[in-house]
Write a new protein. Structure first.
Ligand code: MN
Length: 137
């Protein structure tokens, strides 16, 4: 076994996130493993753009209050202890609530071809506020 060296915390790219989000890469599997695990910390109001994962993704909330929404579906408010699975190819976004920080573990895999995610348009402010106001739970 080995204790993994701590990698620097990285600011999420403005191309795929609105607001401030930072992540720490915990696991980047070496073939044949293609697992990826990161801790992602979102500031209030921060969220990623619409995207889908080639092999799906599981997020597990560890702190704060967040939102996650699939294309065509109602947003869901997520809390510490919640685990949400998004199947391969399902378009969605996730982020913090407008007035709360949110931290989640993000766990996904690369496909055999090395594909991880496909990124689309930003979640605009009206879209985000509407989702927050209508979120279930
Ligand atoms: Mn995702």
């Amino acid at each position: 076994m080995q204790v993994e060296p701590k990698q620097p915390t990285v600011k999420a790219a403005a191309e795929t996130f609105i607001g401030d989000a930072w992540y720490d890469v915990l696991v980047r599997g070496e073939e044949p493993s293609r697992i990826r695990v990161s801790v992602v910390r979102f500031a209030p109001g921060a969220r990623n753009s619409w995207h889908s994962h080639a092999v799906g993704q599981t997020v597990h909330v560890t702190e704060g209050v967040g939102l996650i929404q699939s294309r065509g579906g109602q947003a869901i408010e997520i809390h510490p202890g919640d685990t949400v699975r998004t199947p391969a190819g399902e378009w969605h976004w996730h982020g913090a609530a407008p007035d709360r920080f949110m931290t989640h573990l993000a766990m996904w895999e690369a496909s055999a071809e090395g594909m991880e995610a496909t990124w689309g348009e930003q979640v605009t402010d009206p879209e985000y506020i509407g989702a927050a106001n209508e979120a279930s739970r």
